[in-house]
Design a protein around this ligand. Structure first.
Ligand SMILES: *Cc1c(COP(=O)(O)O)cnc(C)c1O
Length: 444
């Protein structure tokens, strides 16, 4: 009796590729071929019965979404979480993104058929939201805005900056290196903890391209410190015939009562800054973008510089930013202002449903904003081992791990997701329970 080699029963590549559901999946050829090859290889190794190859391929094609980025429930209490993509967009910004995904009149006047200025609507929305600015420009991100500003204003010349503001913005990127890469020379003044008006005055001269004031957004220097205000620097810059650029980082357009120490564009411009730079996806709560606001003459110099083309914002950003600026309260603002009693009630409901303790927990602004400003709230406390199970679960949940505990904070979880979150935590707890009981069985 001759046995058929089971490997001969593995469906052929062309047969699998022609399956309805594979052929019409819309996935690109190399993605589908990889799925097919993986299933065939498993069958050749004997890890998958040959008759399971076809259903395995079909299931893998179905499971393959267009992006491998996974939505995450942010249970850290950190509102602008850089590793989670910073600001979540508002529903109206999401609709604007979708609407802008096809052909749109981003650079066209439909009435005349003539070319129009790119992103005019987003620029108008910015100026309406920040009337203290004479003009505005939107670029790819905050770092791009800073590179454009220092290149256009200070290439081959000096950028005067306090030693207390030579910050690293994250992932090893340092503002001084970024500025130096544009061909400007840094003229450092003052000391780490104290810089005075006369330090700037002594440094400003014929070689000065601009004075740069950077909001040291991700740390605080306490004790014997002093800096020079935007108003003082602006009057000094004006006296000396140079421009003052204020890099605010965090992105408030006007003062925010719960974050009294965070600088905002309106105040900086009213105090005399010629140009203000900030990010779109921090406290502004919009898409990744660099927002430049200021004097018309300065903005025009930047807009006309060749580098402006290299850092220009895409149509999706422009659409989402415009929608963000015309939304009453974006998710970032909602999370920062989350009502304490409402948070307590939601957290207690979660704690009661799962029989776990509720503790006080301080959220944070994050993303390099408002360091040291706690946002008082609550969390349920779980065993530390729950953290990994939560991250690996569906939906994925990112909790905060601190002092040997896993804390689940609802501040940044939309209330509509409370039930999904409860189910996810329940599943995580039962998976660590069963892992613990397997462990103890094995030990016996
Ligand atoms: C975040 C930040 C930047 C960089 O902005 P991105 O939008 O992340 O490129 C620059 N300066 C300051 C002060 C910041 O806080």
């Amino acid at each position: 009796m001759s046995q058929v080699d089971p490997r001969r029963l593995i469906p052929r590549t062309d047969v699998l590729l022609a399956l309805p559901g594979v052929a019409e999946s819309g996935l690109s050829g190399h993605v589908v071929r990889e799925i097919v090859r993986t299933a065939q290889d498993r069958a050749r190794r004997g890890d998958l019965p040959p008759e399971q190859v076809e259903p395995t391929v079909l299931a893998a094609v179905r499971a393959q979404t267009a992006t491998s980025l996974r939505p995450v429930l942010n249970a850290t209490g950190v509102v602008v979480h850089t590793n989670l993509g910073r600001a979540p967009l508002s529903p109206s910004a999401v609709r604007a993104l979708v609407a802008a995904s096809g052909y749109v009149d981003v650079e066209l006047d439909l009435a005349t058929g003539a070319r129009s200025s790119r992103g005019a609507a987003a620029r108008a929305a910015l100026l309406a939201a920040c009337p203290a600015a004479e003009d505005a420009l939107i670029v790819n991100n905050g770092a791009g805005a800073l590179v454009l500003a220092t290149t256009a204003l200070a290439h081959d010349r000096e950028v005067v900056i306090s030693r207390g503001e030579l910050i690293e913005i994250g992932a090893g990127f340092r503002l001084p290196d970024l500025i130096a890469s544009t061909g400007s020379r840094l003229r450092e003044v003052g000391a780490t903890n104290r810089t005075h008006r006369h330090d700037y005055a002594d440094a400003i001269g014929a070689d000065t391209g601009c004075v740069l004031k950077v909001h040291p957004s991700n740390f605080r220097v306490e004790g014997f410190t002093s800096g020079v205000s935007v108003a003082d620097l602006a009057s000094l810059a004006a006296e000396q015939g140079t421009v003052l650029v204020a890099d605010l980082g965090s992105g408030l357009l006007y003062p925010e009562d719960v974050l009294p120490d965070e600088p905002d564009a309106t105040s900086a411009l009213t105090d005399g800054a010629d140009l203000v730079i900030m990010s779109g996806d921090k406290l502004l709560g919009g898409p990744q973008a660099g927002v430049l606001l200021g004097k018309a003459e300065v903005i025009q110099r930047l807009a006309k510089h060749p580098l402006a083309r290299a850092v220009r914002a895409d149509k999706l950003t422009l659409a989402a930013l415009e929608a963000t600026l015309t939304t009453e309260r974006v998710p970032v603002t909602e999370s920062i202002h989350a009502d304490r009693e409402r948070l307590r009630a939601r957290t207690e409901r979660l704690g009661a449903a799962l029989d776990v303790p509720v503790v006080e927990h301080g959220g944070r602004v994050g993303g390099g904003g408002a360091p040291g400003v706690p946002l008082p709230g609550f969390a349920v406390r779980l065993p530390e081992a729950a953290a990994e199970a939560l991250r690996r679960g569906e939906p994925a949940v990112l909790p905060r791990v601190r002092e040997g505990a896993c804390l689940v904070d609802l501040r940044c979880v939309p209330e509509d997701d409370d039930e999904r979150l409860t189910a996810a935590v329940r599943a995580a707890l039962s998976s660590i329970d069963s892992a613990a009981s397997t462990d103890s069985t094995n030990q016996r």
